[in-house]
Design a protein around this ligand. Structure first.
Ligand SMILES: [Zn+2]
Length: 305
């Protein structure tokens, strides 16, 4: 009996203490009411989802350019590697008869069915960033190069194809941007563009201080089915840095395989372009330069609009 009574007394004492504690909690909550909501939200987020790596990854993924001071290994960047974006189809610029620069033309004014997909005007390129000097998405070439391309386009159309352009005239400021990038630690698009090369191997073999494109008579291109506008499978994509982009390459590589059939298509494009006055390039199946280019010693810098 005695024990039970003391138990009871203990129980009531505890109950009294608990209610007191509850009241003081309530009142302390009441005091912090104004900040309470904010504090509560932070605590709630923090407790279950406190993942600094996620936050870091998000931050670095949305950081537009690199800080040179921040070293990043392949392993680190693989987390933020992006797959190529869908091609930029926003080529709905208004007709413009004004030439972009003396001696240059908007190529689509000569070849109306040209498909414009200037990759450096988008983030869908080896840098994963839009390049300086690409203020628009219209393909520009020197007039003689555009006229030669028009005759190539006429022949290709007969065969059932239309031309798609990845790059043509390229302002010097874009090339400067590439050089700056090649010396930074940013390699967010490594997996798609240079999986087998270290970044410091890109310069100067793949990225140089001067580019033929800046002289206005060089083009990076492929062909699409005339009706479906689907890109013809060439066994590899524009700006993949490595041997599989050599027109003559046959074999497997990290992104797939270049077959005899792919090689035949690359060679068909090459033959047509050569027939219309262009020089091919042994390291890139998509790259052609007008043989008699009008500005062989001038590197232009007016922007692409
Ligand atoms: Zn090129």
């Amino acid at each position: 009996m005695m024990i039970s009574n003391s138990k009871k007394a203990f129980f009531f004492a505890s109950l009294a203490l608990m209610s007191f504690a509850f009241v003081s909690c309530k009142s302390s909550k009441g005091v912090d009411q104004k900040d309470g909501v904010v504090v509560k939200d932070v605590t709630m987020n923090k407790a279950p989802v406190n993942d600094p790596t996620t936050i870091d990854a998000q931050t670095s993924a949305t950081t537009p350019t690199t800080s040179d001071a921040q070293p990043s290994s392949d392993a680190q960047t693989s987390a933020t590697v992006q797959t190529p974006n869908t091609p930029n189809d926003q080529t709905t610029s208004l007709p413009n008869d004004q030439p972009p620069h003396e001696g240059f033309v908007y190529v689509k004014t000569l070849i109306p069915d040209l498909i414009e997909d200037l990759r450096y005007a988008t983030t869908n390129n080896f840098m994963g960033a839009k390049a300086d000097g690409y203020e628009g998405t219209r393909v520009i070439l020197s007039r003689p190069a555009a006229e030669a391309l028009k005759s190539a386009a006429d022949e290709l159309r007969e065969k059932g194809y239309v031309i798609k352009v990845f790059d043509a005239y390229r302002p010097q400021q874009a090339v400067n941007h590439f050089v700056r990038w090649s010396k930074s630690n940013d390699q967010r698009n490594k997996a798609d563009y240079f999986p087998t090369l270290r970044k410091n191997q890109l310069f100067p073999k793949y990225i140089a201080y001067k580019s033929g494109h800046t002289k206005g008579s060089t083009i990076d291109m492929t062909i699409c089915d005339k009706n479906t506008k689907e890109e013809v499978d060439m066994g590899g994509h524009f700006d993949y840095f490595g041997e599989p982009s050599h027109p003559s390459f046959i074999g497997k590589y990290s992104l797939g395989e270049v077959t005899q059939e792919h090689k035949k298509r690359r060679m068909m494009l090459r033959e047509v372009m050569v027939r219309h006055g262009f020089k091919p390039y042994d390291s890139e199946w998509w790259h052609f330069t007008l043989k008699n280019e009008p500005y062989p010693n001038t590197w232009f810098d007016f922007p692409v609009k």
